[in-house]
Design a protein. Structure first.
Length: 142
């Protein structure tokens, strides 16, 4: 059967467009699959201070040394984390205590406290919802 003039070019042009469309669709699928790995952090800790109390939403008696059974406070200013939850983990002697803290705006002051019932070194770690460390501090209980 004879080929009509221009018919091959039309079919060829259609195939090129179909191939290009398939490539775009595959690229979009790959990007969607990669997005969970690109999860945004729950903001960042712009400031963090350890102390013995909170007065007017600020840390008081800033220190990193405490007496046994004293209460420690980790005060923080978190930026760009509105709607997220960060977790403060107090750890010592193989024990860990987690405190979730919701972030209410893009510049948010918050704090966590812990009665220090074990003598020795403590680590206080702040993580985002993906588990990334935003801040870490150490303190000593004598």
């Amino acid at each position: 059967m004879p080929c009509m003039p221009g018919a091959g070019r039309t079919a060829s042009g259609f195939l090129r467009k179909e191939t290009a469309l398939k490539k775009i669709v595959l690229l979009m699928i790959a990007m969607c699959l990669a997005l969970p790995g690109l999860a945004l952090s729950a903001g960042s800790v712009a400031q963090a201070k350890l102390g013995k109390g909170i007065v007017e939403r600020e840390i008081s008696e800033e220190t990193d040394t405490y007496a046994l059974n004293e209460t420690a406070y980790l005060w923080m200013r978190v930026v760009d984390g509105q709607g997220e939850t960060i977790t403060v983990t107090w750890s010592s002697g193989g024990e860990s205590f987690e405190v979730p803290l919701p972030i209410g705006s893009n510049s948010w002051r918050t704090w966590s406290s812990k009665q220090l019932h074990l003598a020795g070194e403590w680590t206080v770690t702040v993580t985002d919802s993906a588990g990334a460390t935003l801040h870490e501090a150490t303190l000593t209980v004598q």
